[in-house]
Design a protein around this ligand. Structure first.
Ligand code: SF4
Length: 331
């Protein structure tokens, strides 16, 4: 890779970057808070979905210090609807650790940053670049695709760490390391897109091997959707309540409030349970086929608690909220 790649991508970025609320001035005292918040929110979630949540958080909690004083139920309530709730718990734990142990500063090495809950190589490198302008690249799906196409080499055949290390001198030619990391990701999201890359408008089209080659690589396809079948059993009370437990067995919402949920293995369901309806729900790469059952009862198993079907004070995952809506038709 020669040095024109970073120069061209940076020049493109300067002219075409989106105006995103977490892109504050490099001198802003809110930089760490905004970047931490946005990096956690953006994991597996699109920019347009994240923006209103990000704005809601920074209006309510203006600084990393005030944010870190939240408790888990407060952050989950504010996060409600954004999904992947483990991120919210890890984000709060990371903020608390930064404030208490690091005087609200980001450590300046990856090993230390990765001690923050939920922070791996990708988020760690992104924060190192954004906060300390460290010459490193956060390798996400966008960045992998840009390099793979530029070299016309399958992602699975590239050792990205090695590639970046070998080309360090040419990639980090300016002192704008933070911008370069962001520019590469933005370029992958807006120009070298997964489907239909905009090669006609691309600043790299003169040197891109993918464009020139008659044998173009195949770009990694999205993860296959896995279909899972579940029976959900709702204890319901005449007071418009539903019983939920956090001791459920499913991986996708482990330790979150759910009714009794069991994988559908055969069709035999105890006749005490009345069938309510069948519906589909998607979570991550799972397509869930759900049979919903209910039973009016005053007695519930030990680990369950009653929740009002009109509950809007406590955090309830979207998946469970949808069950609330289905069960509400009984009243
Ligand atoms: S020319 Fe096309 S494939 Fe090559 S980097 Fe640009 S957008 Fe991607």
């Amino acid at each position: 890779m020669n040095s024109t790649l970073s120069k061209k991508i940076l020049a493109w970025y300067d002219n075409s970057k989106r105006n995103l609320p977490w892109r504050v001035s490099k001198k802003s005292p809110k930089k760490l808070y905004y970047r931490l918040l946005s990096e956690f929110m953006l994991q597996q979630t699109q920019v347009k979905t994240v923006i209103p949540y990000f704005n809601k958080f920074i209006i309510k909690y203006e600084t990393l210090e005030s944010f870190s004083k939240m408790n888990e139920s407060q952050i989950l309530k504010l996060w409600e609807g954004l999904g992947y709730y483990r991120r919210a718990k890890n984000l709060l734990a990371s903020a608390k650790l930064l404030v208490k142990e690091y005087n609200s500063q980001l450590p300046n090495n990856l090993k230390e940053i990765k001690k923050l809950p939920g922070v791996g190589d990708y988020t760690g490198n992104a924060l190192l670049a954004f906060i300390h302008n460290f010459p490193t690249i956060a390798v996400d799906g966008n960045v992998k695709r840009v390099f793979a196409r530029y070299l016309n080499k399958k992602e699975s055949k590239i050792n990205f760490e090695k590639l970046i290390h070998i080309n360090k001198k040419n990639l980090f030619i300016t002192n704008r390391n933070s911008d370069f990391v962001e520019a590469l990701m933005e370029f992958g999201a807006l120009i070298c897109k997964p489907k239909d890359p905009k090669c006609g408008q691309c600043c790299l089209n003169k040197s891109c091997r993918y464009l020139k080659s008659p044998n173009k690589i195949e770009i990694n396809k999205r993860k296959k959707v896995k279909v899972m079948n579940y029976n959900i059993f709702c204890y319901v009370s005449k007071k418009k309540q539903i019983a939920l437990t956090t001791t459920n067995e499913v991986k996708f919402l482990k330790n979150f409030n759910l009714p009794l949920i069991k994988e559908m293995k055969n069709n035999s369901v105890d006749k005490d349970w009345k069938f309510l309806k069948n519906y589909k729900n998607s979570i991550s790469n799972l397509s869930l086929n759900i049979n919903l059952y209910y039973k009016f009862s005053n007695k519930i198993p030990k680990s369950f608690n009653w929740y009002s079907l009109n509950n809007n004070k406590e955090f309830i995952p979207s998946f469970t909220k949808r069950i609330f809506n289905q069960v509400s038709i009984l009243f």
